[in-house]
Design a protein around this ligand. Structure first.
Ligand SMILES: *Cc1c(COP(=O)(O)O)cnc(C)c1O
Length: 496
């Protein structure tokens, strides 16, 4: 499988795309064409377990990997999850489904791909004959960082370094990152918000001088952010898997359309749903759910992407983002794969903080996407009501998606011609990962201490507390460095 860049780069192999992370002129790697599953291939997924399903999807892109070895690596990766099924689909009494993607080592959906990325990277390096040490860099709004640290820690031939906004992540997320053990890891707080972190990391990647300096030390930069194609592919798999579970449990028949509601930040998760559709998954609507940082909602409604606005902190910090990087990949598709136009829009975004799409493109987007946002109050109310009605505690990010899903269903009620499909709400984090805000939503009570929050939620809901979160309570904080954005490069050079 060849990949091309959204801003017009030469085609590379999937292995090269993983190793490079981002194309040299700043574009993102996308498949030259989407590998569509034949009816037989799709049916073959039905009786499979989760790692086997993922192996089939990955195999479509990484043709040089041996199937048995790949499956072995996937079994090991998903063996680190606390449930036998890494992506269970849970049916609620109101007929919606929750796709729980938070049973991995860091209790958020980032684990679905970041437990697998180390293997993809190492195997790609092997296929390409690369000998240097990798330095994996990630900017994080909270969850990517810890998932990358867990994925890559103690991995041979790899170092991993994470930058997070000092005031932009939850206490539990900060604790999770700060307590990571391992010889090859580093965590640095940045004075600024997530966009500052992401910009800083992108700048380091874009500097030929920095890359050269590092190569002389035998170090090669690699990205663990969702701009890396290796992050996207494992995410495509859970949409297929959820669909298969609906078929095997006789909730739908093969070919029926399904809607997905996705709590969205950097647009990686929902883009994977779009890619799944392009590969043959019967999708009705994709619901792009934002929190009060509703740049995407405005974009889908008005056709104007306008990042020039304040970034608010919210109780769903992993979605506190103004520049959703992966939207570039969708733009590329809706322009009919026009590299020059995509590049120009991205230049405009960088220069003026804005770009707009044509009315025709806007209509094409509306065919497939429904976008809306939930305020903080909406989210709290939705989590409370949902627990009261169905006894199911959702995390704050999932609460945003559920709120938008409910609103979408209300708009359908008003439209007699509307097609209704089963709704899968993607649940991206364990409620125990954001214990203070979840407890507040459930009871109206504030607690200062995260672990007290965990205990109270447990008493109230009887939901099992993830072992990984219990364990960090008594671990020492190992990383205390805070820098301003212009000093991020210095930290990278020091660590390398
Ligand atoms: C990262 C994250 C999101 C947003 O996902 P994107 O792929 O960035 O759109 C939503 N919820 C949680 C819990 C996350 O960690």
């Amino acid at each position: 499988m060849k990949l091309i860049g959204t801003r017009g780069e030469q085609a590379v192999s999937a292995e090269e795309a993983v190793v490079r992370g981002i194309a040299e002129n700043g574009g993102l790697y996308v498949p030259e064409s989407f590998p569509v599953l034949s009816a037989d291939e799709f049916s073959a997924l039905l009786p499979m377990d989760y790692p086997e399903r993922v192996a089939c999807i990955l195999g479509k892109f990484f043709e040089n990997f041996g199937r048995e070895e790949l499956l072995g690596a996937l079994r090991e990766a998903y063996g680190r999850f606390e449930e036998d099924d890494p992506a269970p689909l849970v049916r609620m009494d109101n007929g919606t489904y929750l796709l729980e993607l938070f049973h991995g080592p860091t209790c958020a959906f980032k684990d679905m791909a970041l437990t697998v990325l180390p293997y993809l990277l190492k195997k790609s390096a092997e296929v390409l004959g690369i000998k240097e040490t990798f330095l994996v860099l990630a900017a994080t709004s909270g969850d990517t960082g810890k998932a990358a640290l867990e994925g890559f820690k103690n991995s041979e031939g790899v170092k991993v370094m994470v930058f997070y906004p000092e005031e932009g992540v939850s206490k539990m997320q900060k604790l999770q990152m700060g307590t990571t053990e391992g010889e090859n890891v580093n965590v640095v707080a940045v004075r600024g918000n997530f966009d500052d972190c992401q910009r800083g990391v992108k700048k380091i990647f874009a500097s030929a001088e920095t890359r050269e300096k590092l190569l002389q030390k035998g170090v090669r930069l690699c990205s663990a952010n969702s701009i890396n194609f290796g992050r996207l592919v494992p995410q495509i798999a859970y949409y297929f898997s959820a669909y298969c579970d609906l078929v095997t449990s006789a909730q739908i028949q093969m070919g029926d359309k399904v809607d997905f509601a996705v709590p969205t930040g950097n647009f990686g998760n929902i883009l994977a749903a779009y890619y799944a559709m392009r590969m043959g998954l019967p999708v009705g609507k994709l619901l792009c759910a934002s929190n009060r940082n509703n740049v995407l909602t405005d974009f889908f409604r008005s056709g104007v992407y306008d990042a020039k606005r304040p970034l608010y902190r919210s109780m769903s910090p992993s979605m506190d983002i103004l520049v959703s990087s992966n939207l570039e990949r969708l733009l590329f598709e809706i322009t009919g794969r026009d590299c020059a136009l995509t590049a120009e829009r991205m230049r405009s975004l960088q220069k003026t903080g804005k770009y707009s799409v044509t009315e025709k493109e806007q209509n094409a987007l509306r065919e497939l996407f429904f976008a809306d946002f939930a305020t903080e109050d909406d989210t709290v109310e939705c989590i409370y009501d949902f627990f009261e009605d169905y006894g199911y505690p959702m995390d704050t990010h999932t609460g945003v998606a559920m709120c938008v899903a409910e609103r979408y269903l209300e708009t359908l009620e008003k439209d007699p011609k509307a097609e209704k499909h089963p709704m899968v709400v993607v649940s991206t984090a364990s409620p125990y990962k954001f214990p203070q805000d979840v407890l507040y939503a459930l009871t109206g009570n504030d607690v200062k201490d995260s672990f007290k929050g965990v205990k109270r939620i447990h008493l109230l809901t009887a939901m099992k507390v993830p072992e990984s979160l219990k364990a960090i309570r008594y671990k020492p904080i190992l990383f205390k460095t805070t820098v301003s954005p212009d000093k991020m490069l210095d930290e990278v050079l020091k660590f390398a």
